[in-house]
Design a protein around this ligand. Structure first.
Ligand SMILES: NC(=O)c1ccc[n+]([C@@H]2O[C@H](COP(=O)([O-])OP(=O)(O)OC[C@H]3O[C@@H](n4cnc5c(N)ncnc54)[C@H](OP(=O)(O)O)[C@@H]3O)[C@@H](O)[C@H]2O)c1
Length: 245
């Protein structure tokens, strides 16, 4: 029997790709009411919501650029008003702006850090209060194998994802005794818009000899949110077909 109280889930950057797959499995397979956050792709978020509803689940699009200060309050308050406390937070929204370090400009650095790392900090800070009060919460941060492992041309992205893993571990120990778990997943090469145009030679480095799918990542996130993982916290689950093994 599930121990979870009444509440809802927020998946950031869920208008497509990995976030869309996470939102869908949480809503359709696990019965969470899910806020499908998007920045610009409203039509994409609407399609995700319709897919969930057609499969018998409950979801709503939630607009908000999570890289902007103040968006955490706006997005979470909107969801709380409609569906009750946000007890699951998946910090998935992410971007890359690649370049060798000597060529990276300030904007490429700031935007990637703001989207991939600072947004997760602010949303977590705001959401964890509610989770602690409810004595239940699940936070999953979507990191990357890049960060723990070098990838030339992605110093900003690597810094953001390595930071996210350190952040995950630290928050996890701060809230562990309150029934709140905080974990990360570290995907390898996953077929989405983010990786479009990357050379097929990259696949040669993947022992599984295929790119991952958004659903491969979503299944791991689903596990970390489930009751099966209630004693799992502060960890990073790598989902990369053996790439970093
Ligand atoms: N694909 C991979 O191989 C791979 C590997 C490792 C880690 N990851 C991580 O997995 C996560 C999802 O990646 P993906 O491949 O699914 O990317 P994607 O297909 O490019 O989708 C990115 C999503 O993030 C949203 N987003 C971007 N900036 C946002 C912001 N400031 N506020 C709100 N939403 C924002 C986008 O929304 P809009 O379209 O509305 O702008 C979109 O829904 C990212 O954190 C990425 O770093 C991906």
């Amino acid at each position: 029997m599930s121990s979870r109280p009444e509440g809802c889930a927020l998946v950031t950057g869920a208008s497509r790709g990995i976030g869309a797959a996470i939102a869908t499995t949480l809503a359709v397979d696990d019965g969470w009411t899910v806020g499908v956050n998007f920045r610009s792709d409203e039509a994409g978020a609407q399609r995700v919501v319709e897919g969930i509803e057609e499969a018998g689940g409950r979801a709503a699009p939630v607009a908000g650029d999570v890289a902007q200060r103040g968006s955490d309050e706006k997005v979470l308050a909107e969801l709380e008003e409609r569906f009750g406390p946000v007890l699951v937070l998946v910090n998935n929204a992410g971007m890359r702006a690649d370049g060798l370090t000597v060529q990276l400009d300030d904007d490429a650095w700031d935007q990637v850090l703001a989207t991939n790392l600072s947004a997760a900090f602010r949303l977590t800070r705001r959401a964890v209060r509610t989770m602690v009060r409810a004595r239940f919460g699940r936070i999953v941060n979507v990191a990357s194998v890049v960060g723990p492992k070098a990838n030339a041309g992605q110093a900003n992205y690597a810094a953001s994802k390595a930071g996210l893993i350190g952040f995950t571990r630290t928050v996890a120990v701060e809230v562990a005794r309150r029934g709140v778990t905080v974990n990360a997943v570290a995907p390898g090469l996953i077929e989405t818009d983010l990786t479009e145009g990357l050379g097929p030679e990259l696949l040669d480095a993947v022992p599984a000899r295929r790119a991952g799918t958004p659903e491969d990542v979503a299944a791991c996130v689903r596990f970390l949110i489930s009751d099966h993982a209630s004693y799992v916290t502060g960890t990073t689950l790598t989902v990369d077909g053996g790439l970093s093994a």
